[in-house]
Design a protein. Structure first.
Length: 207
């Protein structure tokens, strides 16, 4: 898993290569969260997760330092709810994951996403959301790649099931994923959905 981009997900530079259980430095997660918190990104968040590909199933998680052990919340879709905590960084905390199967081919993904998805957006609101995602994505590319990073191709909307998308009165049926190009965002007036998207994230085309 050495690609920088995978659809709308970013892969952390450190892949999980050990067998179960595994431990990752907290500092890597902290630095990513710090980058976001330093900017004016009120509409977006970052989510860490372990994709379930190749049998990568998490049984439990924890955060440990030399003296303490904290529980780590892991959602059903294997999102890791990691706190932003200067103390954990200074104490060189570890993120520990107990995997059900061999973790040799597993990895930790980081995704930029809308903080509170809505079922309706104006053109101005959607453009602001896309702009914040684009800026943060470029900031996280790091030197020297940020100077050559392309703009995002648009936004990706993920639904739990089939949904109906309405753009300026025109209705379209979608199944699971709907991608809206940047050029379409710039000319629409309103967009609405029959159900609130589970995730709204940057749409990044693979090179």
């Amino acid at each position: 898993m050495n690609k920088v981009l995978l659809c709308s997900c970013l892969l952390l530079t450190t892949s999980v290569v050990q067998a179960t259980p595994i431990s990752l430095d907290y500092q890597g997660f902290y630095q990513r969260m710090k980058q976001m918190n330093k900017g004016n990104y009120s509409l977006i968040d970052i989510a860490f997760s372990v994709p379930k590909d190749d049998g990568c199933v998490i049984e439990s998680g924890s955060i440990t330092t030399e003296k303490r052990n904290y529980p780590l919340t892991v959602s059903a879709d294997q999102r890791l709810y990691i706190p932003f905590d200067e103390t954990l960084k200074s104490e060189r905390a570890l993120i520990n994951l107990q995997m059900k199967n061999d973790a040799t081919r597993c990895g930790v993904a980081m995704q930029i996403r809308a903080k509170s998805p809505s079922n309706e957006y104006s053109q101005a609101a959607l453009s602001e959301l896309a702009m914040q995602m684009d800026q943060l994505l470029k900031q996280m590319q790091g030197f020297p790649m940020k100077y050559f990073a392309d703009d995002i191709a648009g936004l990706s909307f993920e639904f739990a099931d089939k949904a109906q998308v309405t753009i300026d009165g025109k209705v379209e049926q979608v199944d699971g994923i709907y991608r809206l190009p940047s050029e379409n965002i710039s000319v629409l007036s309103t967009i609405s959905f029959s159900e609130t998207p589970k995730v709204i994230s940057p749409w990044v085309k693979s090179s």
